[in-house]
Design a binder for this molecule. Structure first.
Ligand SMILES: Nc1ncnc2c1ncn2[C@@H]1O[C@H](COP(=O)(O)OP(=O)(O)OP(=O)(O)O)[C@@H](O)[C@H]1O
Ligand SMILES: [Mg+2]
Length: 241
């Protein structure tokens, strides 16, 4: 049983998460009380002012930094309970978490297909199977005609769709997106949100989107606000409670 197969069905849950950077007088309480549930197939927004703890929360969830206290579950599997529950954080990151950043960060010397196929290859899939999975995803995201191109030859919107394909390539139960639509115009930003919503349902992925982008805020059924390291769930206007 690996970190992925044991966790189908339930998305992500966080309880009482805290993160302090530094010690003594220099300590910063970046997360004080974070509670969150994201179901499989659900896309939630995470909104808050600069310095409120958004990136810190994504880094904790992505096992890039270690929380100070609290609990996190992937599906029914505890991944953090006042300490990591696995010794292999690299496998946790590779198999369970997909990242989408504001900039696509594609690898310039690999073609589009290999950019998407790389993670499944690292996870042990044969090169042929990984490339075929990559092509399927590129087709779903409507960039298959650029499959053999170098990333630098693609438009910004095409690069962002490739980075979404890459995030989905290992079919992770969780995708973390940090300002994924910031550089895109309105139509493309809404297009990316439609893709994320469709992919979330299709692959039963729980997706958290950090955003300041007014254009896409109305697309979320649920939004978590974060202020001074504390989360508040808001069922906003036009949103379901
Ligand atoms: N490595 C670090 N060491 C010390 N303090 C840090 C570190 N990283 C972040 N902080 C502090 O933790 C708090 C939360 O930072 P974080 O980067 O999570 O905010 P954010 O909500 O992502 O802000 P922004 O919208 O500007 O990206 C801030 O006060 C920040 O200065
Ligand atoms: Mg940030």
């Amino acid at each position: 049983m690996n970190s992925r197969t044991s966790s189908t069905g339930l998305g992500i849950r966080i309880e009482g998460l805290r993160k302090r950077y530094g010690e003594g007088d220099m300590a910063v309480e970046a997360l004080r009380e974070v509670n969150m549930i994201v179901a499989p197939g659900e896309v939630v927004g995470l909104v808050g002012p600069s310095g409120s703890g958004k990136s810190t929360l994504l880094k904790c969830l992505g096992a890039i930094i270690t929380p100070t206290a609290g609990k996190m579950w992937l599906g029914d599997q505890p991944i953090f309970d006042n300490g990591w529950k696995t010794n292999d954080l690299r496998a946790l990151r590779r198999d369970s978490i997909g990242f989408i950043f504001q900039a696509p960060y594609l690898i310039p010397f690999l073609d589009v297909t290999d950019n998407v196929a790389l993670l499944p290859m690292l996870a042990g899939l044969s090169n042929d199977k990984a490339r075929s999975r990559a092509l399927d995803l590129l087709t779903e995201l409507d960039v298959q005609h650029r499959a053999k191109a170098q990333p630098s030859k693609l438009s910004g919107g095409e690069q962002q769709r490739v980075s979404i394909a890459r995030a989905l390539a290992n079919q992770p139960p969780v995708i973390l997106a940090d300002e994924p639509t910031a550089p895109l115009d309105s139509e493309r930003a809404l297009g990316v949100m439609r893709i994320l919503n469709r992919m979330a349902v299709q692959y039963k992925t729980a997706i958290i989107v950090v955003t300041h982008d007014e254009k896409i805020i109305p697309t979320f059924k649920r939004i978590y606000h974060i202020r001074d390291g504390k989360t508040y769930e808001e069922a906003g206007e036009g949103r379901e409670p």
